[in-house]
Design a protein around this ligand. Structure first.
Ligand code: GRF
Length: 217
C-alpha cells in the first residue's frame, strides 16, 4: 500500500518538521513528508525540507486580503501536491472554519502544554506563573477554535522550581519530538477513531514508545 502523503506547515525553526522527516525515513512508517509550506519566507525550517529534497514553498499571509483567501491558497497548494494529511508544526496562523471543516480529522497540531491548560501563546511562562508541577505537550486534531480538538497523544514533563520559560520549553520540546511522529503514525495508519472530543487508537504502538513504554504487545 502507498504511504500517506503529508504536508507540513511551518512558520519558524522547524525542529518538529525535522523529527517527522526523520521518522518517515523508516521503511515501515505509513506516511511520507511530501510537501512543506511556510508562511514566512525566512523560516529556518525550510532548510530541513531542502536538505531532505522535499518540495517546499512560501505562501505569505501578507499577500492575501483576509484569512479566507490565505486559507484557500493553502488548500489549493496542498491539493495540487496531492496531500492527504496536514501537520501544523510551529505554524503561527489560525486556520478558519472552512479549511478546518474541509480537512476535518486530517489536520494535526502540536502544542507545548497539556491542553486544555494554557492554550495560545506564551505557554511556558503561563505554566510557570500558574505554579504547575507538571507540563508537557499535546498532539490534537485541529478544529476552528485555537488549540482545541480531539487529543491523540500527550506526554508530561516535570516543572522545576528554577525553570525559566526557556528551560521548560527545551524539556517539553524533547517529548514533542517523540509524540509528533507517533501521533502521525497512528493517524496515517488509519488507527484513530474520533467520537466527539475523544479519540481511540486500535493500533499496537511500537515497543518502547510513549504508548507502550514497557515494550509489550
Ligand atoms: C513547538 O514548541 C510547538 O509545540 C509549537 O511551536 C513550537 C515549534 O517549534 N506549536 P519547531 O518550529 O517545531 O522547532
Amino acid at each position: 500500500m502507498g504511504r500517506v502523503r503529508v504536508g507540513v506547515l511551518i512558520s519558524g525553526r522547524g525542529s518538529n518538521l525535522q523529527t517527522l522527516i526523520q521518522a518517515a525515513q523508516a521503511p515501515d512508517y505509513p506516511a511520507e513528508i511530501a510537501y512543506v509550506i511556510a508562511n514566512v519566507a525566512d523560516a529556518k525550517g525550510l532548510d530541513h525540507a531542502e536538505r531532505a529534497g522535499i518540495p517546499a514553498c512560501v505562501i505569505s499571509h501578507k499577500d492575501f486580503a483576509d484569512r479566507a483567501a490565505f486559507d484557500a491558497a493553502l488548500d489549493a497548494a496542498l491539493r495540487k501536491a496531492k496531500i492527504e494529511i496536514v501537520c501544523l508544526a510551529g505554524f503561527m496562523r489560525l486556520l478558519g472554519k472552512k479549511f478546518t471543516e474541509d480537512w476535518r480529522d486530517r489536520v494535526l497540531n502540536i502544542h507545548p502544554s497539556l491542553l486544555p491548560a494554557f492554550p495560545g501563546l506564551d505557554t511556558h511562562r503561563k505554566a510557570i506563573e500558574a505554579g504547575v508541577k507538571i507540563s508537557g505537550c499535546t498532539v490534537h486534531l485541529v478544529r476552528p477554535e485555537l488549540d482545541d480538538g480531539p487529543i491523540l497523544i500527550q506526554a508530561a514533563v516535570p516543572v522545576a522550581e528554577d525553570d525559566t520559560p526557556e528551560t521548560l520549553a527545551a524539556r517539553v520540546l524533547e517529548v514533542e519530538h517523540r509524540c509528533y511522529p507517533l501521533a502521525l503514525r497512528l493517524l496515517a495508519a488509519g488507527a484513530i477513531r474520533v467520537t466527539g472530543k475523544t479519540t481511540r487508537h486500535g493500533a499496537t504502538a511500537p515497543k518502547g514508545s510513549l504508548l507502550n513504554p514497557g515494550g509489550t504487545g
